[in-house]
Design a protein around this ligand. Sequence first.
Ligand code: DQA
Length: 138
Amino acid sequence: MKIIIINGPNLNLLGKREKDIYGDLSFEEFYTTLKSKYPKIALSYFQSNIEGELIDKIQEVGFDHDGILLNAAAYTHTSVGIGDAVKAISAPVIEVHISNTFAREEFRHHSYISSGAKGVILGFGLQSYELALQSFLK
Ligand code: DQA
């Protein structure tokens, strides 16, 4: 099973960035552990701070992967383009957030991703990614 995690802007700074909200683990550390826990899943990871690169990656993997875990970060709340890309592909997308965006500022309550996603998992810290991954295991 081919699953990719796609992370948007500033998520490369996990472990350094607003630790009270996002914790003190880097994504690379978390990802290494996650990958070793699910050896049967062909898991890969992509991060970009650039909206167009995220759209390119969604298009590139969107017809041959079994699933995408997408944390579009701040673009979740602004990007019609990423929302359209999610709707354009055939691979199911799980929208993931580390924090509970509904418990934060109002501008984080709207997502351009959710309407095209298979499901949304948020608010469980980095465990949100693992819960989303588990949703693909039958
Ligand atoms: C986030 C929530 C977004 O509102 C924010 O812009 C992020 C991270 C999360 O994972 O909690 O960068 O997507």
